[in-house]
Each structure stands twice: as C-alpha cells, then as structure tokens.
Design a protein around this ligand. Structure first.
Ligand code: GLN
Length: 188
C-alpha cells in the first residue's frame, strides 16, 4: 500500500513523516503520474486557495475526483478539508467538492488563530486526540451520508463520508498517530 500526499503547498512533509513513523510507504504527489501509483491520498493543511489553483493547473483536480469516485480513500486536514467540501461559505474558490458538507474558513476568529486542544474523536473513545488548529475551518452543514466524528465547543471539526475523511485540525503536527491509523484502516 502506498499513500500519496498532495505536495503542491502546505505541510505535506509532516504527513510524510507521520506515515513513515507508522511504517507506511508514502509518495509526494505533484503530477498526474504520481497519483496513478498511490492507493490513497492525503491533502495537507496550507492555503486552500493556493492548493486549489495548483491542483487545477496540473490537472490533478479532475484526476483526484475520478479516483475518489472509483473509491480511492482521501484524508484532508484543514485546507484539505476545505478542498473536499462541496460548499465553502462566501467563496467560489476552486475545490474538489467531493464531500457533502459546507465549511466556514478561518472560523475560530482572529484572536485565537491557532491553538492546541484535546479533541474528542469518535473512533478513539479511550481518550481524546491532540489537535492543532491553525486558522482552522469548521463544518457548518453535513449532508445525509456524512458522519460527524468530532465536535469541539459545539463546532463540527471532523467528518467522514464513506472513504473520505476530513479534520479541521492537524494531527500530523503532534505525536498522536491515531487519526492517521484510523485513515489507514479505511484504506485497508
Ligand atoms: N485558513 C486556511 C485556508 O483557508 C487553512 C489553514 C490550514 O490549513 N492550517 O485555506
């Protein structure tokens, strides 16, 4: 199994490190041929407008869309969550639009642009996961096929729809491997 990490912009290196720590083969995805050889894809945090534009420029948007429809699992963190969303409130920016959710960008306000917290995560009921939030989005609407995996202070911050997983926070910036393990279980 090879897990691709979209490496156009953002914190892809941290996802690669996490996968390496978990003993999983990974590959940076920058062009169409990279995508062909992976079994799953992680879309990292970063700037969703930039990643979205670059995805379109390299024709990765349509290719990722097609692979997802054939069942390829995708995990998006933060900007990755925004790119997976069907609706982005107040924005027409390019996106994959694969998940039946709406998101609000930078939803935690300017004063608390970034923070770390213990986040209850349904698949790991034994104890919360450590989440780093950096100008994070929240999910403001979920469609019928979407499972809410985490709410923090009344805001939805992790969701799953079939093979698609998205978190508003960045587990790849912590030592907590459990969200990635959960994604790898979806891949298997
Ligand atoms: N605020 C960024 C965006 O809207 C996301 C930030 C992140 O990925 N850490 O694209």
């Amino acid at each position: 199994m090879t897990v691709g990490v979209l490496a156009l912009q953002g914190d892809f290196a941290e996802h690669i490190s996490m996968l390496t720590r978990l003993g999983v083969e990974s590959r940076e995805v920058r062009k169409l041929s990279d995508l062909e050889s992976v079994d799953a894809l992680i879309i990292p945090g970063g700037e969703s407008t930039t990643i979205g534009k670059l995805m379109a420029r390299y024709e990765l948007d349509r290719a990722i869309h097609a692979r997802a429809e054939q069942g390829m699992p995708i995990y998006g963190t933060c900007a990755g969550m925004i790119l997976l969303a069907k609706d982005i409130e107040g924005s027409q920016q390019p996106r994959l639009g694969l998940m039946d959710i709406a998101v609000v960008r930078n939803a935690f306000g300017r004063q608390i642009e970034s923070f770390e917290a213990d986040i209850p995560f349904k698949p790991t009921p034994e104890r919360p996961v450590r989440g780093v939030f950096i100008r994070a989005p929240i999910v403001s609407r979920v469609g019928a096929g979407v499972e809410v995996l985490s709410e923090f202070e009344g805001k939805i911050v992790a969701v799953r729809q079939g093979n698609l997983l998205a978190t508003a926070f960045h587990p790849e910036l912590t030592d907590d491997e459990r969200v990635h393990r959960y994604f790898l279980a979806i891949v298997k």
